[in-house]
Write a protein that binds this ligand. Structure first.
Ligand SMILES: Cc1ncc(COP(=O)(O)O)c(C=O)c1O
Length: 374
């Protein structure tokens, strides 16, 4: 018996399967065209099923942020990058255990992280690859000075079974609309070239240079020397990605289906998707947009404010006047946060419900019994 989305209880996260496939195909084709290794970041979908789709289309491996993400993905992939500093014995030990099953690489920016992951790798008696993370403008993590970064690469080489595997950076500071990234990409490109040359001269050739994001996805080939890119958001896209032109509005595959539960206050309608369904993420990279999400079919109607279970739709820019009980599909500002608020995603084609899948790698995966017995 086929079911339609009208029969689903709301709020519920939907993924348009045709759009998802299109987004996956497009990035895979881009990687192929420009001879770039695609290592997608799975923090957006946290799903082995979608990861498998990415690998089937030619992804060289996957990127994760947390040990739990890497544990879950080790079921479907034998080549994982944890692009997060492996600091602290509990985290390093958990990561090293994964290296017993898969080829593991970590990105780090401190001697402490080298010590922690080296001790865990020795204990597990497994090689672990290391990317030295550079700060090329985002100012979050990454070594700002190249001589410090080279010293770190040398320290990695002195800590067998660690292996210096390359350089990593995350261009999270490039958030301008895609057609206005000229300047940022030019200075980023110069910084990358300079880093590669300086590492070469120091006798530390970087086998891999790993960067990439969704805002810069389609211009990655303009960054000289980058061999690998790690976009995550592109699988589903979101309101921010569309606003900066890194996807079209029709490429937004993920929506939250919600029901209008009140129109009692004039000028607005209230839906059953509040901050616990949509997250509370601001738009970034554009001054032109407000609110916490917009309707898929009427992008001029935005969620102007929220309580935990109430989303307030601003009707002031629209003639549309919904009735209580009407249903809407909301494109969130930042999809990664919304996915991780849910246990299950519903895959749809048109209005037909076709499948569901779990957000398997959500949460931390701390086993309560293990914590209490330690
Ligand atoms: C280290 C790292 N690499 C890659 C990504 C993926 O970038 P995006 O979400 O823009 O696709 C992220 C996102 O947070 C990240 O932190």
């Amino acid at each position: 018996m086929s079911m339609t989305i009208n029969e689903l209880e709301t709020p519920v996260p939907l993924v348009d399967l045709d759009r998802l496939a299109r987004n996956l195909d497009r990035a895979a084709a881009y990687a192929m065209e420009h001879d770039l290794a695609l290592r997608p970041h799975i923090k957006t979908h946290k799903s082995p099923r979608i990861a498998s789709e990415q690998l089937r289309r030619g992804a060289v491996g996957l990127t994760c942020a947390t040990p739990f993400e890497a544990e879950v993905m080790s079921d479907v992939c034998d080549n994982l990058l944890v692009a997060y500093p492996p600091v602290g014995q509990p985290r390093a030990t958990r990561l090293a255990a994964i290296s017993e099953r898969v080829k593991l690489t970590v990105a780090l920016d401190s001697p402490q992280a080298v010590d922690d992951i080296a001790a865990a790798a020795r204990e597990a008696d497994r090689p672990i690859g290391v990317y030295v993370e550079l700060d090329l403008g985002m100012h979050r993590v990454g070594v700002p000075r190249l001589d410090d970064a080279i010293a770190l690469a040398r320290a990695v080489r002195e800590h067998a079974p660690l292996e210096f595997a390359g350089l990593a950076f995350y261009p999270g500071h490039v958030r301008e609309p895609v057609d206005r990234q000229e300047e940022s990409l030019a200075s980023l490109g110069q910084a990358i070239s300079h880093a590669i040359e300086t590492f070469d001269r120091a006798g530390c050739r970087a086998p891999v240079v790993s960067g990439g994001s969704t805002p810069t996805l389609w211009r990655t080939h303009e960054l000289p020397g980058v061999t690998e890119f790690r976009p995550g958001t592109y699988v589903y896209n979101d309101r921010t990605t569309a606003a900066i032109g890194a996807c079209a509005w029709d490429d937004c595959a993920f929506t939250v289906l919600a029901t209008v539960v009140s129109t009692a206050v004039p000028g607005q309608a209230v839906v059953d998707a509040g901050s616990k369904a949509l997250g509370r993420e601001p738009m970034r990279g554009t001054d032109a947009a407000d609110g916490f999400g917009a309707l898929l079919d009427r992008p001029d109607v935005v969620v102007k404010s929220m309580s935990e279970e109430h989303g307030i739709l601003d009707l002031s820019r629209s003639d549309w006047r919904p009735a209580v009980g009407d249903r809407v599909r909301i494109v969130p500002n930042h999809v990664c946060i919304v996915v991780h608020l849910n246990d299950t995603i519903v895959g749809v084609r048109g209005d037909a419900v076709e499948t569901t899948w779990p957000v398997t790698a959500r949460g931390r995966g701390y086993a309560a019994d293990l914590i209490m017995s330690s």
